[in-house]
Design a protein around this ligand. Sequence first.
Ligand SMILES: C[C@@]1(CC(=O)O)C2=NC(=C\c3[nH]c(c(CCC(=O)O)c3CC(=O)O)Cc3[nH]c(c(CC(=O)O)c3CCC(=O)O)/C=C3\N/C(=C\2)[C@@H](CCC(=O)O)[C@]3(C)CC(=O)O)/[C@H]1CCC(=O)O
Ligand SMILES: NC(=O)c1ccc[n+]([C@@H]2O[C@H](COP(=O)([O-])OP(=O)(O)OC[C@H]3O[C@@H](n4cnc5c(N)ncnc54)[C@H](O)[C@@H]3O)[C@@H](O)[C@H]2O)c1
Length: 204
Amino acid sequence: MADEKFPEIQGGGSLILAWQVRNKKVLVVGGGEVAAGRILNLLNADAKVILISPRDGLNPEVAYRIERGQVTYHDKLFEPSDLDDPAITMVMTAVDDPEASTRIWKLCKEKRIAANIADVPPECDFYFGSVHRDGPLQIMVSTNGNGPKMANIVRRRIAATLPPNIGEAIAKVGALRKKLRVLAPGDEQGPKRMKWYVLSRKLA
Ligand SMILES: C[C@@]1(CC(=O)O)C2=NC(=C\c3[nH]c(c(CCC(=O)O)c3CC(=O)O)Cc3[nH]c(c(CC(=O)O)c3CCC(=O)O)/C=C3\N/C(=C\2)[C@@H](CCC(=O)O)[C@]3(C)CC(=O)O)/[C@H]1CCC(=O)O
Ligand SMILES: NC(=O)c1ccc[n+]([C@@H]2O[C@H](COP(=O)([O-])OP(=O)(O)OC[C@H]3O[C@@H](n4cnc5c(N)ncnc54)[C@H](O)[C@@H]3O)[C@@H](O)[C@H]2O)c1
């Protein structure tokens, strides 16, 4: 019997998380336009990006990242031994070769490495979404594979409703909360901390 006190389950969604990849190795296969977007998102999350792609198919943005030393680059086609490093926590492929994509996916599954095979939903442990970024604020919109272009439209609409200084305001709240943890570290000071938090929000 449905109980109105508790939320109804709406299956078929994704578990939306803020995955911490800071200083973790993420392998990106392919260096085209789609890879450029993946690499930007990974670098914005401070991941150590390892890129495998022949130089002749590189997108200008990807070439720029390589030139700047922002990624560790290997000028070659993917080989199974590229997955041998046990420190690789995630793999993302964005290649124009569906057979190679599927081979990489199967190898990732054997090794139990989380993978995103761009545009092949059944071969994704996680999907990408459309991301808005303003300082510490990130908003990701997912349509769960129904309409990536719609995700882009919804994300732009949401972003347009936000105050222009919202990222800065959140950064200030973050700085105040950090100070507060030093000033009032104990659990018993929790309620006090909440008052501080409300005050800090007014000040931001
Ligand atoms: C959000 C975004 C993030 C990103 O990729 O960074 C993203 N796709 C974006 C754009 C986009 N992708 C495609 C077009 C062409 C027009 C069109 O088809 O509409 C456009 C539009 C464009 O380029 O403007 C083609 C496409 N994409 C997928 C399929 C396969 C299928 O649907 O079966 C096909 C058909 C391929 C074919 O038929 O050949 C699948 C996926 N694409 C996803 C993410 C995941 C679901 C996210 C969600 O639904 O919320 C998922 C499931 C897996 C994944 O790739 O992670 C990014 C917008 C970012 C932004 O601009 O803000
Ligand atoms: N999400 C989107 O917005 C979107 C839009 C259009 C297409 N796609 C799909 O995403 C995939 C990638 O798209 P793209 O536009 O970046 O393609 P692209 O052709 O620009 O880039 C493909 C890259 O993969 C490299 N590559 C190919 N085989 C490889 C291998 N075995 N090992 C290493 N590198 C390899 C190529 O050298 C090239 O750098 C394609 O399947 C494409 O159909 C996605």
